[in-house]
Ligand binder design. Structure first.
Ligand SMILES: *[C@@H]1O[C@H](CO)[C@@H](O)[C@H](O)[C@H]1NC(C)=O
Ligand SMILES: *[C@@H]1O[C@H](CO)[C@@H](O)[C@H](O)[C@H]1NC(C)=O
Length: 176
């Protein structure tokens, strides 16, 4: 009888600690560190690319620090803002807000770079350095298929669809 009680206690303890483990993993997932090395389903990246293409073709002005756009000239987004909002609207809230952290998320792209776009998948993020320091990129564009990408370039210009370019290219990260 004692043995049976001990066994039940052991099983119960294991069950509780397994649950606590899952909960603490979920808690940590909400934090930035756990969204590094993430690999989402490609459908999330396809949806993010479609959102980004929408904003890049609806008259969304570049606004430094901006993350929302009414289109037709209202609101605005910056280069990492369109990435941030597009992934969130595609259902992934783990994307961070700025270029200086987005470049650490996901995994290295395979077969996609500024000079060779043959393996670029929708949603891949290509990072650039225009006067950046310490190896931390200061510009990001999102691939949307083929050799095309979406970018919000600089004040006075709208977000737009462009060809992926190699000047000042640094690195590429894929979330899917
Ligand atoms: C991400 O992957 C790199 C290289 O495999 C590894 O060094 C790093 O610890 C990983 N980071 C996390 C948060 O898992
Ligand atoms: C581009 O990358 C692909 C792999 O994704 C490779 O097969 C091809 O040789 C590369 N082209 C050039 C010009 O480097």
């Amino acid at each position: 009888m004692k043995l049976i009680f001990s066994l039940i206690l052991v099983i119960f303890t294991l069950f509780v600690s397994a649950n606590a483990n899952v909960e603490s993993q979920v808690d940590r997932l909400a934090q930035f560190g756990e969204s590094m090395n993430i690999t989402l389903s490609q459908s999330v990246c396809n949806a993010a690319a479609a959102k980004a293409e929408h904003y890049a073709t609806c008259g969304c002005p570049y606004v430094w620090g901006g993350t929302s756009c009414g289109c037709g000239g209202s609101g605005g987004m910056d280069c990492s803002g369109i990435v941030y909002t597009s992934f969130r609207e595609a259902g992934w809230t783990g994307i961070t807000r700025t270029t200086t952290t987005q470049y650490k998320q996901g995994t290295a792209c395979s077969g996609c770079s500024g000079s060779n776009t043959s393996g670029c998948k929708a949603g891949d993020l290509l990072f650039y350095c225009f006067g950046c320091s310490g190896g931390v990129p200061d510009h990001v564009i999102m691939a949307i298929g083929g050799n095309r990408a979406v970018q919000c370039p600089e004040p006075g210009q709208d977000c737009s669809v462009i060809d992926i370019y190699s000047e000042n290219y640094m690195l590429c990260r894929s979330m899917c």
